[in-house]
Write a protein that binds this ligand. Structure first.
Ligand SMILES: Nc1ncnc2c1ncn2[C@@H]1O[C@H](COP(=O)(O)OP(=O)(O)OP(=O)(O)O)[C@@H](O)[C@H]1O
Length: 220
């Protein structure tokens, strides 16, 4: 469902070229759960940004759900991302002036999904937050915010979830509870997961773990 072909990516910093990927090839199957580990600066976030189409490679292609990124212009990629990808980040990235319910409804509204409110309430219930619907992010605990982010990532039934250290800012117990919920929901929906993490315990929840070394993904 995800194919990365001969991907090349470098950044230009002043007159220096920072090479991240020179010839990256990688495949993820539908409903597969993949953990990506690697040292700081190895390119994990860059890889997630490329898969989400937020940044462009120098050459090569990404094919997600049978759609080649090369064939889409920027606005098509934005629409494609909004309907096919869900995001869960370390810092939650909730909209500060929207309450929990409104945050979860956002991707459903963007994608014109019917019964957005009912679906959002159902998802918030499934992550144990039916009593916090009208709380703003600032009125929620870290674990609650991340559960809102998980509900938001799933409401439009995306093909793939991209997660970057989803339990990184939480205490151990809360982190475990949040990861339990994330995995329960993605298994129930057959969602593909690409999870960046520094934690071996978190990676062990995935079927396959890869380490990003010198611009290549090596299976652990
Ligand atoms: N916009 C940019 N311009 C120039 N260099 C960049 C840019 N973004 C990232 N880099 C460099 O690319 C390398 C890879 O960065 P990236 O954020 O992908 O690493 P990472 O593996 O996610 O690191 P961490 O685990 O610390 O979050 C780093 O050396 C970083 O300094």
């Amino acid at each position: 469902m995800l194919e990365i072909k001969s991907l090349k990516k470098s950044y230009t910093q002043g007159n220096q070229e920072v090479k991240i990927f020179e010839d990256l090839n990688f495949q993820v199957k539908e409903a597969q759960r993949v953990a990506i580990m690697g040292k700081s600066g190895s390119g994990k976030s860059t890889l997630l940004s490329l898969i989400s189409g937020i940044i462009k490679p120098n050459s090569g292609d990404i094919i997600l759900n049978n759609t080649s990124y090369k064939t889409m212009n920027e606005s098509e990629i934005n629409d494609f991302r909004a309907s096919n990808i869900g995001f869960v980040f370390q810092n939650f990235h909730l909209v500060s002036y929207l309450n929990a319910l409104e945050n979860v409804m956002l991707p459903a509204k963007v994608n014109n999904i019917e019964n957005a409110k009912e679906k959002a309430i159902e998802l918030l219930k499934s992550v144990g937050l039916s009593h916090r619907l009208d709380h703003l992010p600032s009125q929620l605990s870290g674990g609650e915010r991340q559960r809102v982010a998980i509900a938001r990532a799933l409401i439009h039934n995306p093909k793939v979830i991209l997660a970057d250290e989803p339990s990184g800012n939480l205490d151990e117990e809360t982190g475990i509870a949040v990861m339990d919920k994330l995995f329960e929901l993605i298994k129930a929906n057959n969602t593909t997961l690409i999870l960046v993490t520094h934690s071996k315990e978190v990676a062990a929840r995935c079927e396959d773990t890869y380490e990003l070394v010198s611009g290549n993904l090596k299976k652990c």
